[in-house]
Ligand binder design. Structure first.
Ligand SMILES: NC(=O)c1ccc[n+]([C@@H]2O[C@H](COP(=O)([O-])OP(=O)(O)OC[C@H]3O[C@@H](n4cnc5c(N)ncnc54)[C@H](O)[C@@H]3O)[C@@H](O)[C@H]2O)c1
Ligand SMILES: O=C(O)C(=O)C[C@]1(C(=O)O)C=C[C@@H](O)C=C1
Length: 302
């Protein structure tokens, strides 16, 4: 039996539209409703046939749902939760896909007292945004981390885990604060570094903008992909996960200073040892099956 029969998706950008496509591909009998604050996105979603119905308010999109997934930027979650509060069926499960969890969980619990809320984070994405950027295989073999509060409805957690498993994800459960610390180092800090390095390069007076573009064939190019990620989404993530990001940034700055010292004093052994250790990390990721050079990674079609 399917875990949910009527799914409502609020926010039809990269992640919301990918969920819609994946539901269509793996659970075709599920009734899908959708809403997005942008009229252009609603029109695009209609034209793409992402959901059976596109509502003209968040409340109208959830009246019939047994699962509601909020796929909006982290800073917009509280507002959307307040918008649906009056129309949410009593037995519906509410979830989200926000990249940071503790703050979102608190905001949802405050806006939706008494509702069954099971936050989630599919650790899968690209630098692209919008309904056209989504694809059905985005979650395939990627982790989806559920962060239920203590005492959360176990059946609801199991149903949501089943839902994400059917979309191809590997489901894990984690405490929200721990999630935020782990993702601060594996996802949020790398984005901050990419934004910084691309900003630094484009600010250099001695290097023209055209040279930055012309010679960006190597390492810099990989950073530019990450640094092209959505500004609204990432502004919200850094504001929401402030404490964990600042803690990781402090450690990163200390490690960077140590490297600076090693270069200054010609300590080749320190450099070699670190680079050997980091190469092993890359190999472990590939062995885990999380390699980005796998054939279907980042494909912009179904
Ligand atoms: N992009 C990624 O790689 C990725 C991966 C995992 C999780 N996430 C999380 O998923 C969420 C959505 O990210 P995305 O990449 O799909 O972004 P996106 O920009 O592609 O889509 C977000 C959509 O939300 C809509 N929206 C914004 N405010 C709204 C509101 N108040 N009511 C209704 N709709 C609203 C926007 O119009 C937009 O269409 C974010 O919370 C993000 O942190 C993103
Ligand atoms: O591959 C990318 O482009 C991503 O940035 C995906 C990525 C990540 O950092 O791993 C970005 C944010 C998410 O919340 C989850 C996944």
């Amino acid at each position: 039996m399917l875990p949910f029969a009527r799914v409502s998706i609020i926010g039809l950008g990269l992640i919301g539209s990918s969920i819609a496509r994946a539901v269509r591909a793996h659970m075709p009998t599920v009734a899908l409703a959708g809403y997005d604050a942008s009229a252009d996105v609603r029109d695009a979603a209609s034209a793409l046939g992402l959901t059976d119905d596109i509502a003209d308010s968040a409340g109208a999109a959830v009246t019939d749902a047994d699962l509601v997934i909020l796929c909006v930027p982290v800073g917009a979650m509280a507002g959307v939760a307040a918008e649906i509060a009056g129309d949410l069926p009593a037995d519906a499960v509410v979830s989200d896909v926000g990249s940071s969890k503790a703050g979102v969980a608190k905001a949802l619990a405050e806006a939706l007292p008494g509702a069954t809320i099971i936050p989630a984070h599919p650790v899968a994405g690209t630098e692209n945004s919008g309904p056209e950027a989504g694809f059905a295989s985005l979650f395939h073999d990627r982790y989806c981390i559920l962060t239920p509060a203590e005492g959360a409805d176990r059946l609801a957690v199991a149903r949501l885990a089943d839902f994400w498993t059917r979309l191809g994800a590997r489901v894990e459960t984690m405490e929200a604060g721990h999630h935020d610390l782990v993702l601060a180092v594996t996802s949020h800090l790398p984005h901050l570094i990419a934004y910084t390095i691309v900003g630094t390069a484009s600010d250099l007076e001695a290097v023209t903008r055209s040279e930055v573009i012309k010679y960006s064939a190597g390492g810099f190019r990989d950073f530019t992909r990450i640094a092209a990620s959505d500004p609204t989404m990432w502004r919200d993530v850094f504001l929401a996960n402030k404490d964990a990001v600042l803690e990781m940034l402090q450690r990163f700055s200390e490690d960077l200073s140590a490297l600076q010292r090693a270069i200054r004093w010609g300590d080749g052994d320190a450099l070699f040892d670190l680079f050997t250790r980091t190469r092993a990390v890359r190999r472990s990721i590939i062995e885990e099956g999380q390699d980005d050079s796998r054939p279907d990674f980042g494909r912009l079609h179904d």
